[in-house]
Design a binder for this molecule. Structure first.
Ligand code: DGL
Length: 273
C-alpha cells in the first residue's frame, strides 16, 4: 500500500527541507519526525548518531513508509552509509533511505567561478569530511574549505536566531572561514537549521559571495529521483496530507516549527527506541 514520504531531522531543521519538498512535490503525503528530545546531534559521536538515526528509520518503517529522507546533514554524514549498506538489506530491501549530501554535492560546483567553495555545518558534519569527499567525486579540482559552527544550532533551537546576541557567533564563524581563503565565492549552509540565520549570515558575508541553501537542491533532486524510479513513486501516497511528530513536547514543537516551516502545524508526541 502507498505510504507517506518520511522526513527526519534531529529537531526542527529538516522542516526547511520539507518546506521545499512540499513546494516542488505538493501532491505527496509526508510524515515529519524531529528527535527534539535528543537534539542537537551535531556534537555526538558516530555511534550515537547512527543508533539514533537507525531508531528513527525503524520508526518510519513501522509507519509503513517506503521512502525516508534524512533531512539532516549530521545524520546523512554519520549514519546514512551504514544504514544503506548494513541495515536496509534486512530491514526492507525494497525500501529506500536517502540523504541530503549527495543531492547537494552533485551540483554545488556549478555555483562557483573561483573553484573555491565554503561549507558551514555542525562539528559532526565537518569532522566526517563527507562534503570534501563527495565533492571530489563530482568536481575534482574544486577547493573545499570547511567551518564548524557549533553554536549556531543551539542558538536556533533556543529561538535566539534573530536576536542581537547571535551576531557575535555568526560573524565569528564567517570570519574564520574566510580567513582560510578570501577567494571562496560560494557558501553552502550544510545544516538544515541554518536557513533561519540567513539574514544575519548575509549581513556578514563578503560582497559577491553566493549563499547556497540546500532545500531547493534536495527537492529538485527528489523530483528527478521519483521520475527515474516510477516504482518508488507509486509506493508514495499522494493525498496532500502531512503529519508531524516530535520526541519532545508537541506544544513547544508546534510553536517553533511554524518558524521553520512558515505555517502553523499540529504535532504529536512519539517515542523512539
Ligand atoms: N539540522 C541538522 C543538520 O542538518 C543538525 C542539527 C543538530 O546538530 O542536531 O546537520
Amino acid at each position: 500500500m502507498a505510504a507517506p514520504i518520511g522526513v527526519f531531522d534531529s529537531g526542527y531543521g529538516g522542516l526547511t527541507i520539507l518546506k521545499e519538498l512540499k513546494k516542488q512535490l505538493p501532491n505527496y503525503d509526508y510524515i515529519y519526525l524531529g528527535d527534539n528530545a535528543r537534539a542537537p546531534y551535531g556534537t555526538r559521536s558516530f555511534e550515537t548518531v547512527y543508533q539514533y538515526t537507525l531508531e528513527a528509520v525503524n520508526w518510519f518503517f513501522d509507519q509503513g513508509c517506503e521512502l525516508v529522507i534524512l533531512a539532516c546533514n549530521t545524520a546523512s554524514a554519520k549514519a546514512l552509509r551504514n544504514i544503506q549498506q548494513k541495515d536496509l538489506p534486512h530491514l526492507g530491501p525494497n525500501k529506500r533511505v536517502l540523504g541530503v549530501i549527495r543531492p547537494t554535492t552533485e551540483v554545488l560546483g556549478n555555483f562557483t567561478t573561483t573553484q573555491q567553495v565554503g561549507i558551514m555545518g555542525t562539528l559532526g558534519t565537518v569532522q566526517s569530511n563527507s562534503y570534501p569527499i563527495e565533492l571530489a567525486k563530482f568536481f575534482p579540482g574544486l577547493k573545499v574549505f570547511q567551518q564548524a559552527c557549533p553554536m549556531w544550532v543551539p542558538l536556533i533551537e533556543n529561538g535566539e536566531f534573530d536576536h542581537p546576541g547571535a551576531d557575535y557567533f555568526v560573524k565569528q564563524y564567517i570570519d574564520e572561514l574566510f580567513k582560510q581563503s578570501a577567494d571562496i565565492d560560494s557558501l553552502l549552509l550544510a545544516c538544515t537549521h541554518y536557513p533561519l540565520l540567513e539574514a544575519k549570515i548575509r549581513s556578514f558575508l563578503p560582497p559577491g559571495v553566493k549563499l547556497v541553501e540546500q532545500g531547493e537542491l534536495v527537492a529538485s533532486s527528489l523530483v528527478k529521483y521519483l521520475k527515474t524510479h516510477p516504482d518508488m513513486a507509486l509506493k508514495c501516497s499522494q493525498n496532500k496530507q502531512m503529519a508531524f511528530f516530535t520526541t519532545d513536547e508537541p506544544a513547544l514543537f508546534e510553536k517553533q516549527a511554524s518558524l521553520f516551516f512558515g505555517q502553523k502545524i499540529e504535532a504529536k508526541h512519539t517515542d523512539l527506541a
